[in-house]
Design a protein around this ligand. Structure first.
Ligand SMILES: Cc1ncc(COP(=O)(O)O)c(C=O)c1O
Length: 401
């Protein structure tokens, strides 16, 4: 089975003629076909988590489909606004909102914030007062579940994302006259692939969240369930069933009596639209391992080193040679620079190209492109069947000072 469609393969085969270094390609036609139906329901309001892929073409495609935008930094905000998106359609999440950043957001017209600490609440109130504004605020909650009991909630690791219910209960809403507390936000589990597990997770959150909102005196107008919808990175993993998720969310909406359910989708929205072409530098045997050294590694795709999960890869040309497991290493002088151990035809060698799929989310901008001074990869988009260069290859001299 190939992860590429026939038309994507034809684009890849044309583009490699013009390149000898790695590049990304995002299929906006596929993206559009995927995301447009996601919006077509009345149950959940969808925001795009820009961190997944901030490329302007991607943002515009999601805008066209009807998504709003979740941004986590001034840079992401400026990128979204420069695509012509109104600030009223922007939500600000993230654990490091300084006073300076909040002022920038206020000046740019953003009015909806997810607060992740008592200080953030205080600073939001302070900036709103300075600008004579009223902000809408959701409190981000981190739940912990008793590990002794059976429950599917694996996201118990303590993180800086939000606060526990006990910490939030110390908040006195009336102290913050410039803030309208419209609801709660929760997001603790990433890349979930089972619709049933997600349903269990969400359902288990309802009671503690409703309890917290009552204790705080917040009328739950909005409940934001974050992201966490996964995509498969191998052929054995299942895909989520969107309609099943919507049915679960409808039940939760009814149970919590919220006016609006929100989610910020990153991976599930854009992950499957991207692929990455990577030239093979050489094949070698080292002890009992067959190794492939490729031109781009974690400098362009960091995720395998962080999660231990490879992006699926295939040889671009066709080969009838037997497949063996190759250890695929990038060009950096660190053992971390490994893209995975994957089966590929055993005649794969210098001059060949590998294509890595499912690279539309958490690819290029999650990586470490400057280490060892390699080229920055080009980025292409396929739009209405045309191939457009969004960013040419940039040599190290373009960024070295
Ligand atoms: C607050 C918030 N919402 C949504 C997302 C997107 O998550 P996903 O890519 O799993 O949809 C993230 C990702 O880190 C996030 O931090």
């Amino acid at each position: 089975m190939s992860w590429l469609s026939t038309s994507q393969r034809a684009v890849a085969e044309t583009l490699i003629q013009q390149h000898d270094t790695p590049f990304f390609c995002y299929d906006l036609d596929k993206l559009s076909a995927h995301v447009t139906p996601l919006i077509d329901q009345q149950v959940v309001k969808l925001w795009y988590a820009v961190k997944a892929n901030p490329l302007s073409h991607i943002i515009k495609t999601l805008d066209h489909a009807g998504f709003n935008f979740d941004v986590a930094s001034s840079g992401e905000l400026d990128q979204v606004l420069s695509q012509g998106i109104a600030p009223e359609r922007v939500l600000n999440t993230g654990p490091a909102k300084s006073l300076k950043q909040i002022r920038h957001f206020a000046r740019q017209g953003v009015r909806i914030f997810v607060a992740e600490s008592h200080n953030q609440v205080r600073w939001l109130n302070q900036v709103a007062a300075e600008f004579d504004l009223q902000f809408e605020v959701l409190l981000r909650v981190q739940l912990r579940f008793d590990k002794a009991e059976h429950n599917p909630l694996g996201g118990n690791t303590l993180t800086p994302f939000g606060l526990g219910a006990a910490q939030w209960q110390a908040l006195t809403l009336n102290d913050y006259t410039q803030l309208d507390f419209i609801g709660l936000h929760i997001f603790q589990w990433g890349n979930m692939l089972s619709s049933d597990t997600l349903a269990e997770l969400w359902q288990a959150m309802v009671a503690p969240l409703v309890q917290l909102s009552e204790a705080l005196g917040i009328t739950l107008k909005v409940l934001d369930l974050g992201g966490g919808l996964g995509i498969p990175y191998d052929t054995q993993s299942p895909s989520l069933h969107w309609q099943k998720l919507i049915d679960t969310l409808a039940t939760i909406k009814a149970a919590t009596q919220v006016e609006e359910l929100w989610m910020e989708l990153g991976r599930y929205a854009v992950g499957e639209c991207g692929f990455y072409l990577n030239p093979v530098v050489e094949q070698k045997q080292n002890y009992d391992e067959q190794q492939l050294i490729v031109s781009g590694g974690v400098n362009h795709l960091l995720r395998p080193a962080v999660t231990g999960q490879a992006f699926p890869a295939e040889l671009l040309r066709s080969s009838t040679a037997e497949c063996i497991d190759f250890h695929i290493h990038g060009p950096l002088c660190t053992a971390l620079d490994k893209l995975g151990t994957l089966p590929l035809p055993n005649d794969c060698a210098e001059g060949d190209w590998l294509v890595f799929s499912q690279c539309g989310a958490y690819g290029y901008t999650e990586s470490m492109p400057f280490f060892l001074c390699h080229e920055l990869p080009a980025e292409y988009v396929i739009s209405d069947g045309d191939v457009i260069c969004a960013r040419p290859v940039e040599s190290a001299m373009s960024y070295l000072r």
